[in-house]
Design a protein around this ligand. Sequence first.
Ligand code: 13P
Ligand code: SF4
Length: 347
Amino acid sequence: MRHEALAIEKEAERLLGKLMHVDCDPRGRSWNLGSCRDIAPITLEINRLKKEKDAVVLAHSYVEPEIIYGVADFMGDSFHLSVKARESRAKVIIFAGVVFMAETAKILSPGATVVVPDRGSGCSLADSITGEDVRKLRALHPDATVVCYINSTAEVKAESDVCVTSGNVYGIVAALPASRIIFVPDRLMAENLRVELRRRGVDKQVVSSDGTCIVHDEFTLGQVEAAREQFPGLRVVAHPECPAEIAAAADFVGSTGAMMRYVKETTAPYFLMLTECGLVGRLEVEAPEKRFIGGCRLCPYMKLNSLDKVLDALRAPRDDQIVTLDETLRGRAGRCIERMFELAPTD
Ligand code: 13P
Ligand code: SF4
């Protein structure tokens, strides 16, 4: 009993060492020894079960900080987590993120049991288009190469020629031989792509579908202008899922991984992060000397993940939590993702 109490105390101190820096908590919590003691039995149990079951936890940077710093083996952006899923030899992958990311992990690591803590963790982009919609677009533009953003279902990937992430979209599309590109499912990223191709002097027509991210399409130019006026020297850092006028007004645009690297390497009095708040939480922990002025937004899908659900998923996953894919579909979707790794092996 005494041994157990000591283990909890030690774990609470380990958690506090990280979480004490989180100001931008999605549930407004301020982390102290008491709140870390409350979650320590859960993180200890998850970390024990991971060993027993030969499991790893992959966590996107947008999920709650106690998942990232309490139980994640790998954390980061979609590209990084795909690489980790592809390299993984674990029997079980618990994917704390959204369903399309877990599907991607299953495509890349078919022998593993891939489990999502909450089956409802969709994505407004991935849910905006079907495989049938892609087939219709291809029929309209038979000469085009179909490029899908990784925020898409396995079915959409299976109908596409090459997958891209927010970190490699510009480089991959610029290097493709086709002069016409069908880009799905993000209309705003397609617009940013057109701007970037023009800037690089690359002549391509980009046809897009109509999806948007419900988090990133809400940022406004007025918000950026007001922040710049109020905070001289401010650096504005945006994700390419933002509208083009926001990307144009930002000092830096990139994947969540690239946004983190930019902030860590840049000296500025304040940063405005035009993305999901989880990324601000990560930066508060990993670059505690930086100052953020708020303005980030919550992704309701990412926030469906919780430590309790990760524990359930690990202990005894329900059928609805286990990702299954038809083998032919998985093979076709896998070729689309492997093409990305051939064209851009690193981010
Ligand atoms: P990243 O791959 O840049 O992390 O983006 C994923 C995402 O869902 C952004 O909204
Ligand atoms: Fe999808 Fe937007 Fe949430 Fe990312 S932030 S998972 S793109 S809804």
